[in-house]
Design a protein around this ligand. Structure first.
Ligand SMILES: NC(=O)c1ccc[n+]([C@@H]2O[C@H](COP(=O)([O-])OP(=O)(O)OC[C@H]3O[C@@H](n4cnc5c(N)ncnc54)[C@H](OP(=O)(O)O)[C@@H]3O)[C@@H](O)[C@H]2O)c1
Length: 334
């Protein structure tokens, strides 16, 4: 089969190799998918740079790609939920990615049926960010009637997090690129702040929850707008002790994550707030739940770049370059 893989980690622009690889072997709980469309995420660049090695220590050569939509080609002996010919999608399990390929074997627990109203390109853009939003909202135990600030909500994550937060009855404030303001307003955002024109930290206060997609210095600013006792979940701020416990890390990684996360935990503790880091994992049931909510709201992710597998490195560069108006997707068979 055709596939795109990483030969070795490197800090420079990722240079995946495109070529022929053996079709994946099917375990008893696996579903073999013929991948229709895979989506590209900032995570793919981070993996290639070795930035998430402490969390997912992938060995190279590694077929890349974290999410896709496809058609069931074959099922393992113990598979009960899916059958040949069905259109399904997934954020692939952390220990077995590989969506940038004509075929991928996926544990059935990671899969959900693809909603009919979505095209393949749109559907490929859903699983990873929708699951991130579901897992972040669960972690902050979001309650209806409260207010949430989602930073950088004009990107792919915001496209899922905003409607899913609205569906939970939250008031949603976001910031991001002005050129995407109209698109996020259409998702039901209650207040939009153009990050190049206005500083959210100067105009917001007493916010109940924050989902941070920016990390770095923005983290401290986001704690400053959070109410006393408020809860912050970060997609970028890095792991801490609570994360290590949640993912059942080894004793040594518990120590390491506790050490690197102590600054963020201390920042949170100053005002009785909480800090959590999230690294999105596969969950077919949760994806089915998100799909139902998004279908009811008729949410369609926008797609901004369409590439063939041979152009995978250009697709990764496009995502790294920012300024996007939607998801970048890849047709692995083209
Ligand atoms: N930990 C996890 O499990 C997880 C899961 C999903 C995503 N993430 C992370 O979350 C981040 C967002 O993901 P994504 O897929 O939504 O990326 P994306 O599609 O590239 O979107 C990022 C958005 O943030 C905007 N932005 C950039 N700088 C900003 C600033 N200073 N203030 C406000 N907005 C700003 C960008 O606008 P311009 O490009 O126009 O400047 C863009 O609209 C990425 O870093 C990704 O790695 C982590």
């Amino acid at each position: 089969m055709k596939a795109a893989w990483l030969e070795r980690y490197s800090k420079g622009e990722p240079q995946l190799t495109v070529g022929e690889r053996a079709k994946p072997r099917l375990g008893v709980r696996d579903v073999l998918l013929r991948v229709s469309v895979a989506a590209v995420n900032p995570l793919d660049n981070m993996i290639a740079h070795g930035e998430v090695k402490a969390i997912v220590p992938y060995k190279t050569p590694l077929i890349m790609g974290n999410e896709c939509v496809g058609v069931v080609e074959e099922v393992g002996a113990s598979v009960t939920k899916f059958k040949k010919g069905e259109r399904v999608y997934a954020r692939l399990p952390l220990d077995r990615i590989g969506a940038f390929a004509e075929y991928v074997a996926v544990d059935e627990a990671a899969l959900a049926l693809t909603p009919d109203y979505l095209t393949d390109e749109e559907a490929a853009a859903v699983p990873l960010t929708a699951l991130t939003a579901m897992q972040a909202l669960a972690l902050i135990r979001a309650e209806a009637g409260k207010t949430i600030f989602v930073s950088g909500g004009t990107g792919s994550f915001g496209a899922m997090a905003i409607p899913l937060a609205k569906a939970r009855g939250l008031t949603v404030i976001t910031n991001g690129s002005g050129k995407n303001a109209e698109r996020v307003m259409a998702l039901g955002v209650d207040r939009f702040i153009d990050y190049k024109k206005e500083d959210y930290a100067a105009v917001l206060s007493d916010i109940d929850y924050v989902i941070d997609s920016l990390g770095g210095k923005e983290l401290e600013k986001q704690f400053s707008i959070l109410k006393r006792g408020g809860r912050l979940v970060s997609l970028r701020g890095g792991p801490n002790k609570a994360f290590a416990q949640r993912v059942n890390a080894s004793p040594i990684m518990k120590l390491a994550f506790g050490f690197v996360g102590r600054k963020n935990d201390a920042m949170a503790a100053k005002n009785g707030q909480t800090y959590d880091f999230i690294f999105v994992h596969s969950d077919g049931q949760q994806l089915a739940e998100a799909s139902g909510i998004l279908a009811k709201m008729e949410i369609r992710p926008s797609v901004d770049g369409v590439f063939g597998l041979e152009e995978v490195n250009a697709a990764l560069q496009k995502v790294a370059g920012g300024g996007s108006r939607g998801k970048t997707v890849i047709y692995p068979a083209k």
